[in-house]
Design a binder for this molecule. Structure first.
Ligand SMILES: [Zn+2]
Length: 450
C-alpha cells in the first residue's frame, strides 16, 4: 500500500514536470516564431484562385456577361481577335506573290518544303471556304495526320485554280459580323478592371504558318493592343484552338510573358480542358485547372468545380467561355452566367477571382521573392526583395507575419512609400498570432509595431 502511494506520487510528479516542460517548449516555439513571415499562396490568403476567361471577342461577352461580372466586382480576361477590330492590322499573307505560289501548286504537290507557305496563303485567298481549308489542314496537321493535311491543301488550291472556292453562308465564330466592339469600348472595359488580351490577328492555326506569317499573327496583335490599350495588356495571350504545338510555343513565349496555352513553371501542373485528371491528384505546389463550360455542361458540374477548389489549397481554376446568349461557339445563356457567377461570389471570402495575368504575376512574384525579418524589442522588421521588373510585376503580394500573443492589433508602416501607416487586427491560427497585409513594390521594408 505504501509502495503504491509512493509510486503514485512519483508518477504525478513526473506528469507535472512533463506538463511544465510542454508548456515551456510551447512558449519557446512561439517566441521563435515571432517575426516569421511568409507570402500566402494566393492573394488575401484565400483558399483558391479563379480566372474567368473568354475567347474570340464575341459581342455578347461584353454586352451580356460583362455587366453581370461588373455588378459582382469580378474582373474577367477577354482574349480578342484584334484583326476584327476597326483600326487594327488586318489578316494578310506575307511572302511571295500569291499568283506565283498558286501557279506552282498545279505542278508541285504539297510537301514538307512548301506546306507552311501554302497553308499560310490559302486562308487569305479571299473566300470563307478557303479559310476552312486552312483551319482543317491545321487541325489534321496538329493531330499528326500530316499526309492528309498535304492532300487537303492540294484539293483547296485545285479549287482555287479553277475558281471553285466560295463564300459559305455559315457564320464563322471568329469572323462574326455582329462582333463590332471598338477599341474605345475595349479601353473602357480595361479601365473597369478587365483584362483585354491577344487571341492573334485572325484566329489562324498557327502550327501550319511559316515563320513570317506566324510572327505577324503574334506581333501585330500585340502592337495593336499596345497602341490602343497600353503595355499592361500585352502580358498574357491565348494562341487559337488551345494549341500546344512546340514550334508555336517557342515563338509565342518570346512575344508574350504568359500564355494560357501553356505555362513553363516547374512548380505548376497544368490540366487542360480535355484532361480527365482531378486536380487533387497533383502533388505540385500549384495546379492550373482549365475547364470549358460548353453549352451542354450542367450547372451542377460547373458548381462542382468551385466546390473542388475549396477542398484544396493549390487550385487555380481557369474557366474558358466562348459564346454567350446565342452568339459564338458553344454559348451559355445569360441566366446560367448569372446563377454561376453569383455562386462564385457568395464564396468570395474563400475565393480569389482575378485576371489570368494578375494570378500569373502573383504566383511568379511569390516564387521569386526573398523575405527576411528581425525582431528588435517591440518592433518587427520585415524585408522583401525580388529581381522582377517592378513595372511589369505590378501586383501586390499578401504577407503573413507572426506577432507576439499579446498583440491585439498591429501598426504596419512601409518604408520608401508615401503611404499612411495602417492598423490591422491580429488573427490566430494553430501556430500563433499573425497579421495579414499586402505590399506592392519589389524592394520594401515593413515595420510592425503593437
Ligand atoms: Zn478561339
Amino acid at each position: 500500500m505504501k509502495n503504491s502511494n509512493w509510486f503514485q506520487q512519483v508518477k504525478n510528479k513526473i506528469f507535472c514536470f512533463g506538463m511544465l516542460l510542454f508548456i515551456v517548449s510551447c512558449n519557446v516555439q512561439k517566441e521563435e516564431n515571432i517575426g516569421n513571415t511568409l507570402i500566402t499562396k494566393w492573394f488575401g490568403d484565400k483558399k483558391s484562385a479563379i480566372s474567368i476567361t473568354y475567347d474570340d471577342g464575341i459581342i455578347n461577352q461584353f454586352t451580356v456577361a460583362r455587366p453581370i461580372m461588373n455588378k459582382l466586382g469580378m474582373p474577367g480576361t477577354f482574349y480578342i481577335i484584334t484583326g476584327k477590330v476597326d483600326g487594327s492590322g488586318k489578316g494578310q499573307f506575307i511572302g511571295r506573290p500569291p499568283h506565283e505560289i498558286i501557279k506552282e501548286t498545279a505542278a508541285i504537290k504539297t510537301n514538307p518544303d512548301n506546306f507552311f507557305e501554302r497553308a499560310s496563303l490559302i486562308g487569305h485567298t479571299g473566300t470563307s471556304e478557303a479559310v476552312e481549308y486552312h483551319s482543317n489542314a491545321g487541325s489534321l496537321f496538329e493531330s499528326g495526320k500530316i499526309n492528309e493535311a498535304y492532300e487537303l491543301i492540294d484539293e483547296g488550291f485545285e479549287k482555287i485554280r479553277n475558281g471553285n472556292l466560295k463564300n459559305t453562308d455559315d457564320i464563322v465564330f471568329h469572323n462574326n459580323v455582329v462582333d463590332t466592339t471598338t477599341w474605345a469600348s475595349y479601353k473602357k472595359y480595361a479601365a473597369e478592371g478587365h483584362e483585354i488580351a491577344s487571341h492573334t490577328v485572325t484566329h489562324a492555326r498557327l502550327a501550319v504558318l511559316d515563320e513570317n506569317n506566324l510572327l505577324y499573327e503574334l506581333e501585330q496583335s500585340k502592337k495593336d493592343i499596345q497602341h490602343f490599350l497600353g503595355d499592361k495588356y500585352t502580358f498574357s495571350a491565348e494562341c487559337p484552338y488551345g494549341t500546344e504545338n512546340e514550334r508555336v510555343m517557342k515563338y509565342a513565349h518570346k512575344v508574350y510573358p504568359a500564355l494560357r496555352n501553356r505555362m513553363p513553371e516547374p512548380y505548376l501542373e497544368e490540366l487542360n480542358r480535355s484532361s480527365k485528371k482531378l486536380p487533387g491528384e497533383s502533388k505540385k505546389e500549384y495546379v492550373q485547372w482549365q475547364r470549358g463550360p460548353l453549352t451542354n455542361v450542367s450547372m451542377e458540374v460547373m458548381k462542382s468545380w468551385i466546390d473542388t477548389c475549396l477542398t484544396h489549397d493549390n487550385i487555380w481554376l481557369v474557366l474558358v467561355f466562348h459564346g454567350v446568349d446565342g452568339i459564338g461557339w458553344e454559348p451559355k445563356t445569360k441566366e446560367e452566367l448569372e446563377v454561376y457567377f453569383n455562386y462564385i461570389n457568395k464564396r468570395e471570402d474563400l475565393l480569389w477571382v482575378d485576371t489570368f495575368t494578375n494570378v500569373t504575376k502573383y504566383i511568379r512574384k511569390r516564387k521569386n521573392t526573398v523575405i527576411s525579418s528581425a525582431v528588435q524589442g517591440d518592433t518587427i522588421l520585415v524585408n522583401v526583395s525580388n529581381d522582377l521588373d517592378p513595372n511589369v510585376y505590378d501586383v501586390p503580394i499578401t504577407l503573413k507575419t507572426y506577432v507576439p500573443n499579446t498583440w491585439k492589433t498591429a501598426l504596419i508602416e512601409k518604408t520608401g512609400k508615401q503611404e499612411d501607416p495602417a492598423r490591422i487586427v491580429v488573427n490566430k491560427d494553430t501556430i500563433g498570432s499573425y497579421v495579414l497585409y499586402s505590399v506592392l513594390s519589389t524592394q520594401n521594408e515593413i515595420i510592425l509595431t503593437k
